[in-house]
Structure formats: C-alpha cells, structure tokens
Design a protein around this ligand. Structure first.
Ligand code: ZN
Length: 94
C-alpha cells in the first residue's frame, strides 16, 4: 500500500479539491425546438443554428425514427406560432 510521504494539511487538501468540483453549465433554449442547448453551438435535436439548418438531423435515422422526429419538430413549430407576440392589430382587439 502506498504511504503518504508528507502530511497534507486540511488547507492543502481543500485547495486541491477546490478545482475538482462540478461547474455549473449555463444553458440557453433553442428558439426552434425549445430544448436546452449550450450557447454558440448547433442544436443537436433539430440541427439549427442562428435560424439556419446546419446539420440534417433526419439524414441518418431509420424510417420510424424519422416519422417521430418530424412529428416532434412540427409540434414545436406549432407551439412557437401560438406563443409569438401579438401584433398591434391583435392587441387593439384585446
Ligand atoms: Zn433545436
């Protein structure tokens, strides 16, 4: 069994462990599919970045998976349309 060469003070141990903690990850929400994503990265769920399609997510899926994914994306788009802010005309009606 390995034997420690010198005694480690509590401060020394604490200083070492200070850098071993798990850092908090700050996530943004994808404007297209509303899933949490890292900022400045392409959304892995829908393959969009800054409103442009970067990755074709549906390319390497099976037929069944494709159907499910397309349905999911359509539902997200529909939800987004409903949540869109009201125009001045709509506001005046309310
Ligand atoms: Zn997305």
């Amino acid at each position: 069994m390995a034997v420690p060469r010198h005694k480690h003070t509590r401060a020394k141990v604490g200083k070492t462990r200070m850098h071993k903690h798990i850092k908090r990850v700050f996530l943004n929400i994808c404007p297209k599919c509303k899933k949490p994503i890292l900022s400045h990265t392409v959304c892995k769920n829908c393959g969009f970045y800054k409103g442009k399609e970067i990755i074709n997510v549906l390319a390497d899926l099976t037929k069944k998976e494709k159907k499910i994914k397309e349905k999911e994306i359509k539902a997200a788009e529909k939800e987004q349309k409903e949540e869109s802010p009201l125009t001045m005309e709509e506001l005046s009606k309310k």
